[in-house]
Design a protein around this ligand. Sequence first.
Ligand code: AKB
Length: 318
Amino acid sequence: MSETILVLGSAGQVGTDLVSTLRNIYGGSRVIASDIKPVSGSMAEEGPFEIVDVLNDSSLTAIFSKYKPTIVYHLAAMLSATAEEHPKKGWELNMDGLFKVFDICLEYKVKRIFWPSSIAVFGPGTPKTNTPQNCVMDPNTIYGISKLTGERYCEYYYNRWGLDVRSIRYPGLIGWKAKPGGGTTDYAVDIFHQALDKGRYTSFLNKGTVLPMMYMDDAIKATIDITEAPADFIKIRSSYNIAGFSFGPEDLASEITRHIPSFEIAYEPDKRQLIAESWPQSIDDKEARAHWNWKPDYDIERMVSTMLQNLKSFASSK
Ligand code: AKB
């Protein structure tokens, strides 16, 4: 049977890339994109697009009864920095949204669901380097607390109701198709735009703030691979560690300088510095590699040259 795939929160950084990749695999009409606000361009033109508010029961019922999806990617969420500004709204969207989506997926007998967690589930008591799958998890941001609670909820729904939810802990994601919104790792995307536009960047994270990061194509590959893996490959029903590479702003700047020799970086850390300092610097992803054959394709060098190349060709095509 061909699948009908619903992507909730598709206009964000991950959704933009995920929808176009899924439509290439399954065909435009099989992948329903949805977000709380209207979109323009290829997402609306190359397949169905619907307005959906994941906090509104009738909005969810309308889309599930119209399309009867067999696979759901639930991406609608508020990221770390914005959630710190609006903790109650962040909790509501990240948690109530999850409860409502899981319940409607059970009602409509959805076969498989993907929900992203994050390295934000770790906290100050977590080992900083090569952070293992299972260790102290004491997140101190509302986003991290919501992601850790969500992970426990995924495992509970699988054990209690058999809901086949799969999840990975995204590191900071770097892609060129969409700008991120409201994350602590967003500097690693903005820096490319500023490098090309102005030749300089002021980082809101300090020199030496090393964080786990990943190129978007690898994140999309992991997302689709875990969602399509046979159910018995998935032995962790909370969320899997996955890793790409790690760097601080100065490492990224020096890699960019290899392509744009006059590029300059300055540092003006803000509130996001504290969030970043509570997170690990590198991640051990041996379970994902062993269970469902996860392996990234990009290192920092390849990521930087691909980002610059794509952003330049996109700018010259406009
Ligand atoms: C954020 O910075 O909030 C996200 C994340 C690491 O989950 N990119």
